[in-house]
Design a protein around this ligand. Structure first.
Ligand code: AMP
Length: 209
């Protein structure tokens, strides 16, 4: 199954993507993770992308399209894949049509108010990518899976969160119309508990019990 996870930052795309990929045995292709790894490794792409990410802006379409086209050509994508964070503009979606066919687009829907609370309280493990929320950490500051000290992503700081949401509404939300026209959108209430959201996604994909 070739899937896209759409939704604003903080909707839970990453959390749900991990679970869905595990269940379906397909790779999760998170463009945000690819870019953050490029930044850590100081590659030319990473160095170019950093200033956009730090401001909460989108990395140019041409860069993202090349990254995803190259990634989807890997053998592990032959049996399906889940795109998490791509496409984010209509231009990216148009380009994607040229090199992949999509079976379903999961649109995880959450109000802006909830997103701001989620993103500004999000803490991540820089080693394993685990994601937490301060309200559930009970004061803990390390990753329960690998013991690393948790950090706040620079782009989860309050000012950047607001610009990421504005960018989402202006540039990514139009994709809901784009994929609705193609009959691919499956809308999911992202405000429900994580397990319920997962179950709803599986049902929407015809994989639920
Ligand atoms: P994410 O982890 O998906 O929230 O992505 C973090 C940041 O990476 C975004 O705020 C953008 O700056 C950049 N980014 C990730 N995916 C894309 C994309 N498909 N197009 C443009 N920029 C992207």
């Amino acid at each position: 199954m070739n899937l896209i996870f759409l939704g604003p930052p903080g909707a839970g795309k990453g959390t749900q993507a991990v679970r869905v990929c595990e269940r379906l045995g397909i790779p999760q292709i998170s463009t945000g993770d690819i870019l953050r790894s490029a930044i850590r490794n100081q590659t030319p792409t990473g160095l170019a992308a950093k200033s956009y990410i730090d401001k909460g802006e989108l990395v140019p379409d041409s860069v993202m399209i090349d990254i995803v086209r190259e990634r989807l050509a890997h053998a592990d994508c032959a049996g399906g894949f889940l795109l998490d964070g791509f496409p984010r503009t209509v231009a990216q979606a148009q380009a994607l049509k040229g090199f992949a066919s999509i079976d379903a687009v999961i649109d995880i829907d959450v109000s802006d108010e909830t997103l701001v609370a989620r993103l500004s309280g999000r803490r991540v493990c820089p080693a394993c990518g685990g994601t937490y929320h301060v309200s559930r950490l009970a004061g803990a500051t390390t990753c329960e899976k690998c013991g690393q000290t948790l950090v706040q992503r620079d782009d989860d700081k309050a000012e950047t969160v607001l610009s990421r949401l504005a960018v989402y509404h202006a540039q990514t939300e139009p994709l809901i119309g784009f994929y609705t026209q193609r009959g691919l959108i499956r809308k999911i209430d992202g405000a429900q508990p994580v397990d319920d959201c997962f179950a709803a996604i599986l049902r929407a994909l015809g994989e639920g019990k």
